[in-house]
Design a protein around this ligand. Structure first.
Ligand code: FUL
Length: 490
């Protein structure tokens, strides 16, 4: 009852109530901090990409911009199947390649003839953006769009007129006609050779200035205020610096905002972010379930196994990043059986990794180095509620929590979460278990530096009489939402 009442009140009022009743106020934020939309986005954790278009029929990855629209003639295309399979695999949303680098549009686009209206699909009356956005709503998924800035079909690519055309495409897709869009994906590949309306040449643009990305970002946010804008440098979320789906073991959700822009690349620094960054731009790990982003018949046997997908989950979500898994649609217009079989099995393996949290305040003796006050007591880390957290007094940048069990527990994973609305703080920590009266570090083979929204530490199963986490370095008083331990179910 008390909790229900509190959840209806804004944070500021809650803080005031606690300070009036003698409790300590919440810690001051440590900047940069995420927007409310970025926190919601991070809590999605897993969502899917779909690459589909003319490349599906030409066996290409980067269409040149001159493939005929007549090739788009799937005989069984069914967006509801895509949504059903991906929802069944635990995805929280789908991002569709509404336009890839070849410039072909999967919706009837007013500014070009190089679109679905020129294809045989539904006699030129189809609109895959609409069909998928509706299927996503039906299956409780969020919907996002990939709209390539680079366009190898347009004769005017490289001129200011093209940028205007690109903006008009964004307006068409984001004006609300297709509902809410949770993420807009601005790819970094742009400029190079292409068809360009028959010019068939190489065009080079200044990646930093040509598109006027600040203007594009404000256009997107004016139309879809809750959308997260992806690019190498955000502003909503950032590329993780590789297409293998792997985040840095150290992973700050910040960048020096003015340095990174779409097309910047930054392979070395993007996996870990900038520890001294001034803008909250968390990492997203994009990777395909197959070697290519688009479907190719000869890759039907090269679909990643459930075990590989599970490993990628731990290397993305388990390292403070979101996991964007591409599942290409095949020439028939469906997600292939090999892909859906692997996806379902992966989702089951994932559930087995986290059968039940072994930690609770009930059957153990919990002690912490210090507590900030009633509202920030250590019990908050066990309550399964992200919005409550344990914190320590101001001026404290180290802390520890120790749990001694009534009887030993077997475990192979520890999950830690920081309360990120107040910033990402922890820079170094250690996880130890108690065995025959001695505290032993778990052998996870990874740097235990940052935590962020979520960090999952895996190790060979141990029989633990207790567990402790030592926060050795923090950018302010720690704010820990969750500490959980699990043992994989056989
Ligand atoms: C890359 C693109 O060039 C690929 O074709 C693909 O769309 C991938 C997700 O992003 O930069």
């Amino acid at each position: 009852m008390k909790k229900m009442f509190l959840s209806l009140l804004p944070l500021a009022v809650i803080q005031l109530l606690f300070s009036c009743s003698g409790g300590a106020p919440a810690p001051e934020p440590v900047f940069p901090v995420p927007s409310k939309q970025q926190v919601e986005w991070q809590r999605m954790e897993r969502y899917a990409f779909i690459h589909y278009g003319l490349n599906t029929y030409t066996d290409a990855e980067w269409g040149y911009g001159n493939a005929s629209a007549s090739l788009l003639a799937p005989d069984s295309l069914d967006c509801r199947q895509w949504a059903r399979v991906l929802a069944g695999a635990g995805m929280k949303g789908i991002i569709l390649t509404a336009k890839h680098h070849d410039g072909f549009c999967l919706w009837p686009c007013t500014g070009t003839d190089y679109d679905i209206a020129a294809s045989p699909y539904k006699g030129g009356k189809g609109d895959i953006v609409r069909e998928l956005s509706e299927a996503c709503r039906e299956y409780g998924l969020k919907f996002g769009i990939y709209i390539s800035p680079w366009d190898r079909n347009r004769a005017d690519y490289g001129t200011p007129e093209y940028v205007e055309y690109y903006r008009s495409q964004l307006k068409e897709l984001l004006s609300g006609d297709y509902g809410d869009v949770f993420e807009v994906w601005l790819d970094g590949a742009n400029g190079g050779n292409g068809w360009y309306g028959g010019a068939d040449e190489t065009r080079t643009i200044d990646r930093r200035t040509y598109y006027d990305f600040p203007l594009i970002d404000s256009l997107i946010l004016a139309l879809q205020p809750d959308a997260i804008i992806f690019s190498d440098g955000g502003p909503g979320c950032r590329w993780v610096g590789n297409e293998r789906g792997i985040a840095g073991e150290t992973n700050w959700s910040f960048l020096r905002g003015s340095e990174v822009y779409p097309g910047y690349h930054g392979f070395q620094e993007l996996p870990s972010g900038h520890a001294d960054g001034d803008a909250w731009i968390p990492a997203e790990c994009d990777v395909s379930i197959r070697p290519g982003w688009f479907w190719h018949a000869d890759e039907d046997t090269l679909v990643k196994t459930p075990e590989q997908l599970l490993d990628l989950y731990f290397k993305s979500v388990g390292r403070n990043a979101n996991f964007l898994l591409n599942v290409p649609v095949n020439a028939a217009g469906l997600i292939s059986c090999a892909d859906s079989a692997s996806l379902y099995a992966y989702n089951e393996l994932l559930a087995k990794e986290f059968p039940c949290n072994l930690l609770s305040a009930g059957d153990a003796t919990v002690s912490v180095s210090s507590e900030r006050g009633r509202a920030f007591r250590s019990e908050n880390i066990f309550d399964g509620d992200f919005d409550t957290y344990w914190s320590v007094p101001d001026g404290t940048d180290t802390a520890s929590v120790q749990i001694v069990f009534g009887s030993p527990k077997a475990m192979d994973k520890v999950v830690l979460q920081e309360y990120i609305p107040l910033g990402q703080r922890v820079a170094s920590f250690a996880v130890e278990y108690l065995s025959e009266g001695r505290w032993i570090p778990v052998d996870c083979g990874e740097e235990t530096t940052t935590i962020g929204y979520k960090r999952i530490i895996r190790f060979a199963p141990v029989e633990a009489e207790g567990l402790r986490v030592i926060f050795k370095e923090s950018r302010g008083p720690v704010c820990i939402s969750a500490l959980e331990a699990f043992l994989r179910a056989e």
